[in-house]
Design a protein around this ligand. Sequence first.
Ligand SMILES: Nc1ncnc2c1ncn2[C@@H]1O[C@H](COP(=O)(O)OP(=O)(O)OP(=O)(O)O)[C@@H](O)[C@H]1O
Ligand SMILES: [Mg+2]
Length: 463
Amino acid sequence: MAELVRRNLPICVLDDETELVEITTTKLARLGFPALGTSKAEDALGQVRAGACRAVLADVKMPGMDGFAFLEKSLQIDPNVAVILVTGFYSVDSAIEAIRRGAHDFLCKPIDEERLVKALDELAEVSTRRSQIRALDEQLLSNFEFEGIVGRSPAMLEMLDMARKISRHYSNVLISGATGSGKELVARAVHQMSPVAQQKFAVCNCSALVDTLLESQLFGHMRGSFTGATDTRPGLFEYASGGSVFLDEIGETSAPMQAKLLRVIQNREIQRVGSPEVKKVDVHIIAATNRELRNEVMAGRFREDLFYRLSSLEIRVPGLTERIEDIPILVRYFLKKYSEAYGKTFQGLTRRAQIVLLQHDWPGNVRELENVISSAAITATNEFIDVADLPSNLRKPTQRMGAREENWRPLPLDEVRRVHIKRVLEMCGGNRVRASQILGIGRTSLYRFLKREPSEPAGKHAA
Ligand SMILES: Nc1ncnc2c1ncn2[C@@H]1O[C@H](COP(=O)(O)OP(=O)(O)OP(=O)(O)O)[C@@H](O)[C@H]1O
Ligand SMILES: [Mg+2]
């Protein structure tokens, strides 16, 4: 049994005395550990870099790079490699120093074999358990992936359960949730689970088009009904007849458009632009919003009757901070996706990187997490993604919060608003559509604000 476990711990032996290297590697190999030896620290670092060893037995006193320098370099390369320092000059102080600097153990020469084997067996045990957990995680991943939606938290399972029930019977359904939380994925899953899964699924982003174009896209138009209408065309409601139409960002639609949508939802009737003919359509309607529609109704920006029609069946997609237990499995999922895409292999994240992810407040939800992992997968050079591979705004969350508190000043509200909008814009890499969604304001309000801001390019442009 021990032999089997020992096979999971390849060890590199580093000592400037070649004879000693020879003796130790032979001994370790006889005990069942895959062992490689070298008298050059650079070679040993190369092995750590290549992931060829999980533990290094390193001499402290060597010409050139000594054991402590080696320790530091190898931990930089792979924070999870176990370095056991071996010295002819043992002292409690130096042992403490070694452990403090990240050594796994500090042994004196001649090596007490029993003690060494005990330490190595423990490491082999941990290494084996880790690979078992990874294998289990892979299995779990397939258990907890449903139509491309990954999640195992109670909030997510409950939401999926609801989606499953609704999908069998709905004719209209509203999917609500914060930006990047996965509404579009859920919409597709609802269609996939519905009795019309074999029929078309048409997507319309209601915020991307001006009213006239949106109307023609959804309802179709007659030739000559407006400039540029060179032919007669059916809209998405006709195109997806028998299937589903996904109305994304329905909260962004204008009052006249809301009236037209209400007519489709209530009577399943449409009229092509420029045509007097009223047609019946048979479509399932899935609408999504990242706004709190109830508040939009109260603010007079959304029709109450349309809201009640839509929200009688509602699926709420929880934000990422409501289900932080999903973060590790999502990370694994995206890591797999992007390591395949970039042809790299990753073992996972270092513990400290995992902690950073768990502490972040994820205003951009799963999309933000996916971006973080995909860019880390590009830049990371080691088997384990570490804190340095994460964006700087994530790295020191607790400190950052502290700093925020310390910097608190009694500012006028307008100033707070200005600083906040700028921060959100920065977080979105200047993407104004995304920023306006997170801020919960219309894009026009954001543009108006930017025009007033002298430091923004938009402001300069307007001046
Ligand atoms: N549970 C999940 N499992 C796997 N991937 C997810 C999950 N949720 C979201 N994603 C991914 O995150 C990204 C954003 O998801 P999606 O576009 O569905 O969000 P959204 O709620 O529609 O966002 P927005 O409000 O900004 O339109 C997509 O790349 C999607 O594949
Ligand atoms: Mg979306």
